[in-house]
Design a protein around this ligand. Structure first.
Ligand SMILES: [Zn+2]
Length: 281
């Protein structure tokens, strides 16, 4: 009893100060989240991004190896890789995506199982051989890559990281603050490993997938590709989704039919009089 009596006031004080610390941490996390506004001219919106473009690029480059290893490494055919480079260049140099400074790089991965395509922060993009082999036209390849370019230009990874930071409070903010892009190991090896595993396994939300579709349609049209090829891609992915592994495009979309409808709506907006002749299918 005596012991209880003695410790009670002390533990109450401790409880109070813990509460205040938690409150201050939460407030700082919120201030840091809402204080990191950035205007994105390509998407024409104000975004909450936790990291600088330099940090974003460094984080992406550091994650390339792990992403590549997960999918059998680079595909050992220079001609096919050359085709992917050409299509990516065609989109980047002829669309709003080219107005940005991201160091874009598109890589074909050897994975024959996972029907997949993805984007790391800062410009690194990938397509697996399993998805590539299912595509029938250059326009469809352009559709896949234009969608991934949309994730990069939309800075979707940086926004996801900001959200993670908000939920982790100061811990997340401190990790990013300590991350020097010119010296990526500056944040500590364990923390960098955690960040890499976060971005490699990152799934975008429905909102970001739809925005990438919209940006993809715009970039394709600007670059001379028939944006209806992106609808073909959705149908190819729908057929492929019978297997155990869900393609990245469909992983966050239980109803791909709606997604095709949205893509069609964007095409109608860009080409109100119908898609013109002469675009690359
Ligand atoms: Zn996507």
């Amino acid at each position: 009893m005596r012991g209880n009596y003695r410790t009670r006031p002390g533990s109450r004080r401790m409880g109070n100060s813990r509460f205040i610390v938690a409150l201050v941490m939460a407030a700082m996390a919120l201030i840091s989240y809402y204080g990191s506004q950035s205007y994105n001219p390509v998407t024409d919106e104000t975004q909450y991004v936790a990291i600088t473009p330099e940090q974003e690029i460094a984080l992406g480059l550091q994650s390339v190896e792990q992403m590549s290893q997960m999918h059998g490494g680079a595909y050992p055919d220079e001609n096919l890789q050359g085709l992917i480079d050409a299509v990516c260049d065609q989109i980047i140099f002829n669309s709003d995506a080219g107005q940005t400074d991201w160091p874009f790089e598109c890589t074909l991965l050897a994975d024959q199982e996972a029907v997949n395509a993805f984007a790391l922060p800062g410009g690194q993009m990938f397509i697996t051989a399993a998805l590539f082999n299912r595509l029938e036209t250059e326009g469809q390849l352009a559709g896949v890559m234009a969608h991934e370019i949309g994730h990069v230009v939309g800075r979707h990874s940086a926004q996801q990281i900001a959200k993670q930071q908000l939920s982790q409070g100061l811990t997340g903010a401190a990790v990013i603050a300590a991350y020097d892009p010119s010296d990526p190991r500056s944040a500590g090896a364990a923390q960098v490993a955690l960040m890499i595993s976060n971005v490699v396994n990152m799934k975008f939300g429905r909102e970001h997938e739809l925005q990438s579709d919209e940006l993809g349609v715009r970039f394709m049209a600007q670059a001379g590709y028939d944006p209806r090829s992106l609808i073909d891609v959705m149908q190819i992915l729908e057929e492929a989704s019978g297997g155990a592994r869900q393609p990245e495009f469909l992983s966050t979309h239980p109803n791909p039919g709606n997604r095709i409808g949205e893509i069609q709506r964007h095409i109608d907006f860009i080409f109100p009089d119908g898609v013109p002749d002469g675009l690359i299918p």
